[in-house]
Write a protein that binds this ligand. Sequence first.
Ligand code: C2O
Ligand code: CU
Length: 476
Amino acid sequence: MPNEDRLRSRRNFIKYGSAAMLVPWVPAPVLAAADENRKYRLTASSTSIQLAGVPFPKTETWSFDRQSPGPLLRFRQGQPATVEVTNRLAQGITVHWHGLRIANPMDGVPILTQPPIAEGETFQYRFTPPDAGTFWYHSHMNTAEQVGRGLYGPIIVEERDAPPVDRDLVWVLDDWKLDQKAQIISDFDNPRDLARAGRLGNTVTINGKIPQALRVMAGERIRLRLINAANARVFALRFQRHRTLVIARDGQPHDPYEPGGPVVIGPAQRIDLMLDMTGEPGQRYSVLDAYYPQSPAQLTSLAYASETGPRKARGEEYPGLPRNRIPEPDLGDPLLQRIELAGGDLGQLGNAQFGDQRLEMTRLYLLGKMWAINEIVSTGYADPPLFSVRRGRTVVLDFRNHSAWPHPMHLHGHHFKVLEHSRDREVTGKWLDTVLLGPEESARVAFVADNPGDWLFHCHILGHARAGMMAVIRVT
Ligand code: C2O
Ligand code: CU
């Protein structure tokens, strides 16, 4: 497209974009406008937020900068960034930059990589994001509760050169477990939740609000960045009558593909979609969520304006995003590590290692511990490493889920390439930082252990991690 046209359509988009978009998005203030280096300041505090919509009262949350999700942080690929975090909560916090392959001391895991940021204290995170894409940040202290109360936010690392779109939107998906007065139910250690599917809420939000229709215009091309910030909920989205193109997963672009079924996104995962607005002006199209068979529901809808848009997107195939550079695993001589996931209700696990004792699962349940990796129940962030690997070596993780519940398994500091997955063929060959294993599923993934340090490795159903499904992997 000639430059002039591009400018004109961008001007148009800004005009109607601000007036017609019902799902609000407020970018964070950039404190230092020094072009390349991005500097942000975040403050954690407890804040009332209108989550459930009138007539419900506001919900008391824990959040960054008095909003949940916290402000959108925009970084530049390969450029140093600083985030100064101040804690005004009555308990310690840390901030983990989920999916950013950064140096270990900045990874934000208490005890393992830094002391917690105590009440009234400030900590400066400095890092250089190597990959462009969609990521997120969240507290990693008392994680199930702090994230469950709202301490997280989205991150965009900007591509230097991405194919143009009319709008670039972020949907942070979450669900909240609220009582009649719209207050968060505090049973973060509810054993039924811990031992089963995790803490599923009763109120689903997009960007911290009960979803309203997304106003769109026929002809628009939209990049939609999905971030699943829920403690436990898996989403399976269907965009009625719209071609859905997946262009990146967990911040890593790949050849665009149309999924054979719904877009399934597990806790902590990100999926970037390219959506061409090919519907009819004035019409409404549902966005359905149907992961849990008992609750197929309309998440939101696409509401077309009666006029048509710039039609810039029509007719041209989307070429895909520029790839990030990740070292290719050497499968000739990998360190092969089995990862056996077991425990929970209906599970086969009889006993497991907990600290220096071997305990019956019935005993462990009473201690609030229900889950094990390789028959080891995590005692917390000070556990000895599950295994060590020399820097530069390729690791193959061979996952087996022996339980009746899903586990989105996340490795810090690295992305791994999926070699095979027993159910999800579409995920093969993709670079992920979190792989979703459904009940009894298995998968093999590989990565070059190129980032030295002690890295956390855990289920991102946060109650499962708290109840033992966590380990440390050491890269020396
Ligand atoms: Cu999203 Cu251990 O983290
Ligand atoms: Cu799990």
